[in-house]
Design a protein around this ligand. Structure first.
Ligand SMILES: [Zn+2]
Length: 139
């Protein structure tokens, strides 16, 4: 049975981490130490490791999520809601959908995501998520 809540799948943090990792690999991870572009994924640490110099890059480092302590899943939840609401999404609606206890950290986060999708394609990012989800859930 499919869930009636279309966001249920996006709320799964493990899927979100996996999808954000794939998204980053697709965009290309660049080592801050040596400039290398080939990386391993250290699943247990949620970090990339440079194949050349072994320097580690966190999942969020150098991305829109850098400095955010919010779950990675919130990124995909925001993208989905923005896509379905023609880019209209208030912080209050976002809080209701994420069920996050505090609204304060969501202001900055949503502002960043809204500005991010001006230049990035929401659909192609969400497709990466759904591909990862179908691999993991139906493997
Ligand atoms: Zn390196």
């Amino acid at each position: 049975m499919l869930s009636k809540d279309p966001l249920a799948i996006y709320r799964q943090e493990e899927l979100a981490i996996e999808a954000f990792k794939d998204y980053r690999l697709k965009k290309g991870v660049i080592c801050k130490k040596c400039g290398g572009t080939n990386h391993y994924w250290l699943a247990s640490k949620h970090q990339f490791q440079c194949k050349n110099c072994r320097f580690r890059t966190t999942l969020q480092s150098g991305t829109i999520l850098e400095g955010s302590k919010l779950p990675v899943s919130y990124f995909f939840i925001a993208l989905h809601l923005l896509r379905d609401n023609n880019n209209n999404l208030t912080v209050l609606e976002f809080q209701q959908q994420t069920r996050h206890k505090y609204i304060d950290p969501l202001y900055d986060f949503l502002k960043k995501v809204k500005s991010y999708v001006k230049t990035e394609d929401k659909n192609s990012i969400l497709i990466i998520f759904l591909e990862v989800a179908s691999k993991v859930l139906y493997a």
